[in-house]
Ligand binder design. Structure first.
Ligand SMILES: CC(=O)N[C@H](C=O)[C@@H](O)[C@H](O)[C@H](O)COP(=O)(O)O
Length: 231
């Protein structure tokens, strides 16, 4: 894979997701760049970020490897994480070491086929790694077959089939199945919200762990405390 050393750099480490969508209080590329700086100062090995403007603002502020994505809603598809070749290209063009996209078995916008998207990306951006944001073991198998470089558990709990499921349930029972199934390095992502859970994911054999909201979404963090009062 050319000069791409992302996998070596993040092995056994924390990747911090710095994201705030339009309807979130911290929606701002500047704020995301400062979130990334805090993550870097704490010792994070890489950043995961959404949208070209956020990725670029973060790249200017911190020089850490990047998992880039672009969330876009299309009327004809439930897939929203880097759903079409257009967003894939735009994210790869930022120089992000990894481009992440949903691999959920759901139809993509304009009838685009994931196999075509992967083939096109390999041709245009041969040094860019591809991360599959999967929800089920079937998705993991598909991602492996298509040659994705990294298997993420990002969408587990966020599709109709997996709604309400949590990666940590029953001592990460689902994650253990993913680790048995996957042929490519697994990055745990989604609701890893304590240092203990992160350690467990690494001990089980994950290559690295992405933590988002528990570090970078203060609304979500504050709500946890409020719920404790109300419970
Ligand atoms: C499902 C979906 O759209 N996940 C997104 C993917 O990039 C982000 O909103 C999450 O924050 C990220 O996956 C990290 O997860 P958590 O914030 O739970 O640590």
């Amino acid at each position: 894979m050319g000069q791409n050393t992302f996998l070596e750099t993040v092995k056994g480490k924390l990747i911090v997701s710095c994201q705030a969508l339009k309807d979130e209080p911290l929606h701002s590329s500047f704020i995301m760049s400062r979130m990334a700086l805090a993550a870097k100062q704490a010792g994070a090995a890489a950043i995961r970020a959404n949208s070209v403007v956020d990725i670029q603002a973060i790249q200017d502020e911190v020089h850490l490897p990047m998992i880039g994505l672009n969330k876009v809603d299309y009327a004809d598809s439930p897939v929203y994480i880097t759903p079409t070749i257009k967003e894939m290209r735009a994210v790869a063009a930022t120089g992000a070491e990894v481009v992440a996209c949903a691999v959920t078995g759901q139809p993509r916008p304009h009838g685009e086929k994931l196999s075509d998207i992967v083939a096109q990306m390999r041709q245009e951006f041969p040094d860019t790694l591809l991360m599959a944001d999967t929800a089920t073991l079937a998705d993991v198998k598909q991602a492996d077959q298509l040659g994705f470089d990294i298997i993420g558990t990002t969408m587990h709990g966020y599709t109709p089939e997996t709604e309400g499921q949590n990666l940590a349930t029953n001592d990460f029972a689902y994650l253990k199945e993913v680790l048995k199934t996957a042929q490519h390095p697994v990055i745990a992502e989604g609701k890893v919200d304590t240092p203990e859970k992160l350690k467990r994911c690494l001990a089980l054999g994950c290559h690295a762990v992405v933590v988002g909201g528990a570090i970078t979404r203060p609304l979500q963090i504050a709500q946890k405390f409020i719920h404790a009062i109300e419970a």
